[in-house]
Write a protein that binds this ligand. Structure first.
Ligand code: CP
Ligand code: NVA
Length: 309
């Protein structure tokens, strides 16, 4: 874990399988009150170019609980919105704060921040990935089944940022990840290939184009919005393309009897998920949202070096 100190977390694949497991174990210990992290006097800057409830609040509360603080540096309130270059912003902020959590569109912009900043940069969601979300998701799966290796997580819906991080992080943890999506909405082939390489012979990362084939026998059913932030104009076309892809009780009946239902939220009931699946006894969606807080405390402790020896 000490090897993570000072590092960036731009992608689920930035860390090793052992580090991923260690972060989940630390998050679990923090949640149970078995360990403490001290980040007193430390500051996290939040640069969010897209809306957020969970990520913004969980990072803010995580820092407060660890004795540190967050500073909102949204483009609207900083000089970023007026065009100050990333190269200048990143170098200046590195003189004030101890880490940056950035939510933006292009992964390349995040990488540019990381290039210029001398402090850890955390991906708080880009169009390509949502790695903090995946940590909380696998923590939720681990809480339900004790260990995640060998389990199957079925993701039904758009092959988007959330799907990408689930594939990469799942590969590191030995989880079979089956992405079910309509033709034309598959995950990035490059990410699929990367995840399959990381998985090796340990687990299977695959894409299928039929909902029942995706979920059959799985221990977790996961979905996300059909139109992500930045795709608002495609909403109507996407709703037509995704007809028949709702994560509902019928689909749940095809999964393992112990399966849990997950959604990163925000959710649109009646579109990608039925109200029944969301509120039913298999749902762990609100535990999953809570776990953002615990997983990110672990991540901040590791990157900022606040963990107990
Ligand atoms: N799941 C998630 O990242 O939610 P927010 O967009 O509210 O942060
Ligand atoms: N895929 C969604 C996730 C929101 C947390 C989006 O990018 O809008």
């Amino acid at each position: 874990m000490a090897a993570l100190q000072g590092r960036d977390f731009l992608s689920s694949a930035d860390i090793t399988p052992e580090q991923t497991q260690a972060l989940l174990a630390l998050a679990s210990d923090l949640k149970a009150g078995r360990t403490r992290i001290d980040l007193s006097g430390r500051s996290l800057g939040l640069i969010f170019s897209k809306a957020s409830t969970r990520t913004r609040v969980s990072f803010t509360v995580a820092m407060a609980r660890l004795g540190g603080q967050t500073i909102d540096l949204n483009p609207q309130v900083s000089q970023v919105g007026r065009g100050e270059p990333v190269a200048d912003t990143a170098r200046v902020l590195s003189r004030y704060v101890d880490a940056l959590a950035i939510r933006t569109f292009a992964q390349e912009e995040l990488q540019e921040y990381a290039h210029w900043a001398s402090i850890p940069v955390i991906n708080a969601l880009t169009d390509l990935e949502h790695p903090c979300q995946a940590l909380a998701d696998y923590l939720t799966l681990q809480e339900r089944f004790g260990a995640v290796e060998g389990l199957t997580l079925a993701y039904v819906g758009d092959g988007n940022n959330v799907a990408h991080s689930l594939m990469l992080c799942g590969a590191l943890l030995g989880v079979n990840v089956r992405v079910g999506c309509p033709q034309g909405y598959a995950p990035s082939p490059a990410v699929l290939q990367q995840a399959q390489q990381l998985a090796g012979d340990r687990c299977r990362i695959e894409v299928v184009h039929e909902p029942v084939a995706a979920v059959r026998g799985a221990q977790a059913l996961y979905t996300d919005v059909w139109a992500s932030m930045g795709q608002e104009e495609e909403k109507g076309a996407r709703e037509r393309a995704f007809a028949g892809w709702c994560l509902n009780e019928e689909l749940l009946a095809e999964a393992d009897g112990r399966a849990i239902v997950l959604h990163c939220l925000p959710a649109y009931r009646g579109l990608e998920i039925s109200a029944g699946a969301m509120e039913g006894s298999s749902s762990r969606i609100f535990d999953q949202a809570e776990n953002r807080l615990h997983a990110q405390q672990a991540l901040l402790g590791a990157l900022l070096g606040g963990c107990q020896p």
